[in-house]
Design a protein around this ligand. Structure first.
Ligand SMILES: [Zn+2]
Length: 216
């Protein structure tokens, strides 16, 4: 038997506040969403970090974005090995069932996951190298990106080069999924790499022609 506790008071209060305002003002929209199902145009893959507020920076409403969040906004390579693959399942659902027309990988500044990846790849975090570290094994996805930019990390730019790599490695890995590759080649789907500066509210997009991230 699983034991749970009653919801803390602050969450109960916040819920009732939402129900009396946002929900009450948009009841018809919510009912339509419930009746018609979701038809989001875009999937967003972002970090779990509580400061990355996807729906806020795009001014989004319910039903607009299919969002998947994980540590350091990483997508693993296609690996049909019968194991549990939460991120791959979300990508598969978005592309093959919902037919989203964009996948946006959204990285961010001051990413603790990327910082952990840097510590591990540079040999400063033996705990993350343990086989039993879920975080470490997840951050293994970032290793090829670390190898590409390890000489450019640190100083004033800090982890930005590696935060960008977390986006680029994920975009590369997305293309290893046959259904993603097929949809991209058929021009039914486009991929986008973004990085947001939390303190400045900035948003940069990857420009493949120049290989750089430029302000939106
Ligand atoms: Zn992060």
């Amino acid at each position: 038997m699983i034991e749970t506790e009653p919801l803390p008071e602050y969450l109960v209060r916040r819920y009732h506040g939402w129900k009396a305002t946002t929900y009450a003002e948009n009841r018809a929209w919510y009912r339509r969403l419930a009746a018609e199902g979701q038809r989001p145009r875009a999937m967003v893959i972002s970090c779990c970090d509580s400061r990355v507020h996807v729906t806020s920076i795009f001014g989004a409403d319910q039903g607009e974005f299919f969002i998947h969040r994980n540590i350091a906004n990483l997508v693993p390579a296609f690996a049909p090995d019968g194991d549990h693959h939460g991120t791959s399942a979300a990508v598969e659902y978005a592309v093959t069932h919902l037919g989203v027309t964009q996948i946006v990988v959204l990285g961010h500044s001051n990413c603790g996951g990327v910082e952990g990846g840097h510590a591990m790849c540079s040999g400063q975090a033996p705990d993350l190298e343990e086989k039993t570290s879920f975080i470490g094994r997840w951050l293994d996805i970032l290793r090829p990106g670390y190898e590409r930019v390890k000489d450019r990390i640190g100083g004033e730019q800090g982890m930005i080069a590696l935060e960008h790599e977390a986006v680029l490695v994920s975009l590369e890995n997305l293309m290893t999924f046959p259904f993603v590759k097929e949809a991209v080649e058929a021009e039914r789907l486009s991929l986008h790499g973004l990085w947001t500066h939390i303190g400045e509210g900035g948003l940069h997009q990857y420009v493949s022609a120049t290989g750089t991230f430029e302000p939106v």
